[in-house]
Design a protein around this ligand. Sequence first.
Ligand code: F6P
Length: 341
Amino acid sequence: MKVGLLTGGGDCPGLNAVIRAVVRRVSDAGGECVGVLEGWRGLVRGGFRPLAAAEVEPLIGQGGTLLGSSRTNPYKNPDVDVPSLRRHFQEAGLDALVVVGGDDTLGVAARLVNDFQLPIVGVPKTIDNDLMLADFSFGFDTAVNVVVESVERLRTTAESHRRVIVVETMGRNTGWLACFAGMAVGADYVLVPEVPIDVPHLIAALRRLRGASKNHAIVVVAEGARYPDASPALLDVDAFGHPRLGGIGALVADAVERQLRVETRTVVLGHLQRGGAPTAHDRVLATRMGLAAADRVLRGRFGTVLTLRGSRIDDAPLDSSALATRALDLAYYQDAAAFFY
Ligand code: F6P
C-alpha cells in the first residue's frame, strides 16, 4: 500500500510528529509513504517526495513540517483544473491520502471525497483550537506556552518601566489562545472576540490595580477581538477568504495610554506562536493522531476525519458539518475574568 501524506494551512508544532507516526505505522505494516509537497499545491502540481521511516524517525521534536505547507485552495483558483488532482494522485500510484489540516484544508479534502471518492483520512490541527472536531488540537498547547514565556519576559520590563504592555495573540476569530495564555500568566485583563470589549471597564480595572499599588499591567488581546465602533478595516484575505487579522493590540494600547495616562506598549507575538519545538503534550497527541490515522488507512476507513473527545481519539465522516469552528467556551473566560472583573 502506498500512502500519501499532506500538511496544509498554517503550520503548527506537532505536524512532524504526525508524519513520523504515520510513516512508522504504515511501513511496519509493509506499506510505503510519499509526501505531497506544500499542502494542496503539491497535488495541484504533482509535487511528491518519498518518506522513509529512518528519515522521519528523529522528527518528533521538530517544529514546522518536513513537507512544507501552503494555503492553496484548488476550488477557489479558476486556473486549477480540479480533476487534475485526482490524476496526480493516480499517477503517483497512491492508494490513500492522509490530510493534516484545519477547517480549510480539511474542507478541500471533504470536497475531494465527495467529488472523486478519493480515499482520504483527515487529521485536525490548529494552534487556534477552534475546531469542533477536537476538544484540544495539537499545536495549541505549544502556542499557549510560547505566549506564556513571552509574557513572563514582558512582565519584568513592564514592571521596571511601570508600563502597561498589551500583548496581541493569534487565534483567528476565537479567544482560546488568548484566554488560556492569559489565565496561565495571571494577565491583568484578557480581551477575546467572544466578549465585546468594554473599554470603560478595562480602564477602570487597570486604574484599580494601580490604586492597589501594582504599578504595571499586562493586557492580553486576541487578534480577532473587535474594538467597539472601529470601522472594519480593508483587510487582505488569504486563498480561503479569511481576512489577515491584526492591529487590535495597537488600538487597545492607544485607548489605555490616552485614558489612563500611563505609558503603554504593544507587542504582537505573531508567527512566533507557531514556531519551534512542540511541547511534550503536543508530541504525544500528534503521535497518537498519526498512529490513529494510519490505522484508519490500513483498515480502509476512508472519508473520515479523526476526532478527540477528552483523551479518546475516534473518527467521524469527513463532511462540511464535521468541520464547523468552535468559539471559546465562556466558562474558561469567566474563570480568567475572576482576576480582573
Ligand atoms: O490559523 C492559524 C493562524 O496562525 C491564525 O491564528 C492566524 O490568524 C493565521 O493563521 C495567520 O496566517 P498566515 O500564516 O497565513 O499569516
